[in-house]
Design a protein around this ligand. Structure first.
Ligand code: SF4
Length: 217
C-alpha cells in the first residue's frame, strides 16, 4: 500500500525535466524536518486523516489527508492521463518500495522520476530518473546516504546561504561528480544571486521553479 496525499497533472517545473507534462503523486510521510519545507502537511501519517482515492483525486487544497492505495489502484487511476511522465514526490517517497509501481509504469511506456532527500534507500526500477535533493544536518537528524548520491541522475541542491554551496562542494569531493542544479531557496533575490555566482564558477545549472511562473501546482 502507498499513502497518497495528492495526485494531479501539471508541468514539471524543475531541473532536467522542466516543461514536461507530468502526473505528480505525492506520498505521505517525512521525518527529515527541513525548516523551509513547503509540504509540512505530508510529515505525519495520522490514521484519522485517511480518505478515499477519489477524495485525493478531487482534492483542491493542501491537507494531511491521504489515501492508502494499492499499486493496481494507482496505475488504474494514472492510466487515462495524457501526460506520460510520472513524478513521485513527497513527503519522502523513498520511505516506500517504488519498484513495482515504477517497473509497471515504465513497461507501459511512461517515464518515471522520483524526488528524494537521499535519506532513505532508493528502491525503484533502474530505468527510473532519480533526483536527489540532499538534506544534510536537518532537525530530523537523518543521515544522508552515499548510495543515494551514487544512484542520482541529478542533484538538485537547495541554496539559501554560502554555506550551502560549500556543503555541495564537499559532497562532490566526497561522493564524486554529478549533474548539479542549484535551487534558490524561496526564489529570493539574495539566494538567486548566490546561485548565479556559484553556477558560473563551477559549471552548475540553476533550477527555476517555472511552474510558479506558469501559475500551476
Ligand atoms: S525532505 Fe522534503 S518533504 Fe521532507 S521536510 Fe525536507 S523538504 Fe519537506
Amino acid at each position: 500500500m502507498l499513502p497518497v496525499n495528492e495526485l494531479f497533472e501539471t508541468v514539471q517545473g524543475e531541473a532536467t525535466f522542466t516543461g514536461m507534462p507530468s502526473m505528480f503523486v505525492r506520498l505521505q510521510r517525512c521525518d527529515v524536518g527541513c525548516p523551509w519545507c513547503d509540504t509540512k502537511y505530508t510529515w505525519e501519517m495520522d490514521p484519522a486523516q485517511v480518505v478515499t482515492l477519489a477524495d485525493i483525486v478531487s482534492k483542491t487544497v493542501t491537507s494531511p489527508a491521504y489515501a492508502s492505495v494499492t499499486v493496481d489502484q494507482l496505475i488504474l487511476t494514472l492510466r487515462p492521463s495524457r501526460s506520460r511522465h510520472l513524478v513521485l514526490t513527497g513527503g519522502e517517497p523513498c520511505m516506500y518500495d517504488l519498484t513495482e509501481l515504477s517497473r509497471r509504469m515504465i513497461a507501459a511506456g511512461w517515464t518515471v522520476q522520483v524526488e528524494t532527500s537521499g535519506t532513505e534507500e532508493i528502491r525503484i526500477d533502474p530505468r527510473a530518473w532519480v533526483t536527489v535533493s540532499p538534506k544534510l544536518h536537518m532537525p530530523g537528524g537523518r543521515t544522508f546516504r552515499a548510495d543515494a548520491w551514487q544512484r542520482a541522475n541529478e542533484i538538485k541542491m537547495p541554496v539559501g546561504k554560502p554555506a550551502d554551496v560549500e556543503t555541495l562542494k564537499r559532497c562532490i569531493e566526497h561522493y564524486g561528480p554529478a549533474l548539479v542544479w542549484l535551487q534558490p531557496l524561496s526564489m529570493s533575490r539574495k539566494a538567486t544571486e548566490l546561485c548565479m555566482d556559484a553556477a558560473r564558477r563551477n559549471g552548475w545549472r540553476i533550477s527555476i521553479q517555472t511552474h510558479k511562473y506558469l501559475g500551476v501546482r
